[in-house]
Design a protein around this ligand. Structure first.
Ligand SMILES: Cc1cc2nc3c(=O)[nH]c(=O)nc-3n(C[C@H](O)[C@H](O)[C@H](O)COP(=O)(O)O)c2cc1C
Length: 166
């Protein structure tokens, strides 16, 4: 009988590799490499969305000037492959894993990689979670970071459903 654990969404060609029946969610933070050309952010996002669609990975990428905060979910082998690529990617550095858990269901089922920013509309929610006055995810603990990702995702979901003015 198919369920969220045995059939990750979307189904891909690697579903039969060892460990592919186990679903994981991994969250990390990293710093943007300032030597990147300005266009690089768009390239990263396009690459992430295209690859993830083909590899049955879903998630969110929060970008704030100097920092990345990303949650990725997919089969255990797919997440481990992506983690290896991310660690070797010179477009960011100081990657720190915040959380890595097995999950039964995806949190971002609809998003191959949703790009979220800290905006005027959501900055109050974010700043009440930060340790200092300026935003720095390296000073935030796991609970604060996961709450922030959740708050920004919920706001985005509401916007997509037409509940919140953009
Ligand atoms: C902040 C950041 C987030 C990224 N997110 C993803 C992602 O979600 N999926 C992905 O395939 N690549 C992502 N990448 C790119 C990977 O590090 C790597 O370059 C890419 O997966 C290699 O793709 P390829 O297997 O097609 O060569 C990201 C890179 C950065 C710097």
């Amino acid at each position: 009988m198919a369920n969220a654990r045995t059939v990750p969404f979307p189904i891909n060609q690697r579903d039969h590799e060892p460990g592919a029946h186990i679903m994981m969610r991994l969250t990390y933070i990293s710093r943007y490499n300032p030597q990147n050309p300005p266009i690089e952010l768009a390239r990263i996002l396009e690459q992430a969305q295209n690859n993830n669609k083909a590899r049955a990975i879903t998630g969110v990428l929060i970008i704030n000037e100097d920092f990345f905060i990303q949650s990725i979910e997919g089969t255990r082998p797919a997440i481990n492959r992506l983690l290896r690529a991310l660690v070797n990617d010179k477009r960011h550095f100081s990657l720190q894993i915040i959380d890595c858990i097995e999950v039964v269901e995806r949190r971002w089922q609809k998003w191959s990689m949703k790009y979220l920013t800290l905006s005027e509309q959501n900055k109050d929610e974010v700043f009440k979670l930060t340790a200092g006055t300026s935003f720095n995810p390296y000073l935030m603990n796991k609970a604060q970071l996961l709450m922030m990702i959740d708050a920004l995702s919920k706001r985005q979901e509401q916007q997509e459903q037409g509940y919140v003015a953009t």
